[in-house]
Design a protein around this ligand. Structure first.
Ligand SMILES: [Zn+2]
Length: 191
């Protein structure tokens, strides 16, 4: 299982975040359907959601693939390796990760790996890793009392200045302002 909490996966599906497609699936008890994180269908109630890291597990539990986001139709020949790279980056986001480490992990050349990952996801592995760190930081800002400095390292950034810069670029707010301004979204968006 990937190292994302229920809350973090919930936040990804509320944002219809396609960057996490392939990493986990959202199964909804009331409809018996499972979706990709990016599915744009109406959001389920939180208490009806179960997350699965594999489609086969959702199907064995009696869920059918959503007809809108079609999670079962991932036809790119690179699906498996892209998923492996995403899992590796999520699991190692706290560490310093070089492209060559990922390449060794999946058994491809760094050049080939980067090209293939970008083809399927539109971003480089490095940009994906940065996004994972930003998402983790945003989550911690909203759901914990940790200081900005603790969150910086907890999310895998290696210096506060880099953290502030990257976070601000992504969110348009400093970490402190983000914490003050943004409310967790689930209350007003679910139906
Ligand atoms: Zn769907």
């Amino acid at each position: 299982m990937i190292q994302l909490s229920f809350e973090e996966m919930w936040e990804r599906i509320i944002e219809c975040d396609s960057k996490y497609d392939g990493l986990f699936y959202t199964a909804v008890k009331t409809t018996s359907i499972y979706c990709r994180p990016s599915c744009r269908s109406r959001k389920p109630k939180k208490e009806n959601v179960t997350f699965y890291s594999r489609m086969v597990d959702a199907e064995e539990a009696g869920y059918r693939a959503c007809k809108r986001c079609r999670p079962e139709s991932e036809h790119s020949p690179n699906v498996a390796v892209v998923r492996q790279v995403k899992e590796f980056l999520v699991q190692h986001h706290k560490q310093k990760v070089e492209l060559k480490d990922i390449a060794v992990h999946v058994g491809l050349s760094a050049f080939h790996l980067e090209r293939l990952f970008k083809q399927d996801t539109t971003v480089t592995p490095r940009a994906f890793l940065e996004k994972v760190r930003i998402d983790r930081a945003a989550h911690l800002l909203l759901h914990t009392g940790l200081s900005n400095l603790d969150i910086c390292y907890e999310a895998g950034f290696h210096s506060p200045s880099n953290f502030y810069k990257v976070f601000r670029q992504a969110k348009g707010l400093t970490p402190s302002d983000y914490r003050k301004t943004i409310q967790p979204k689930e209350e007003n968006q679910t139906q």
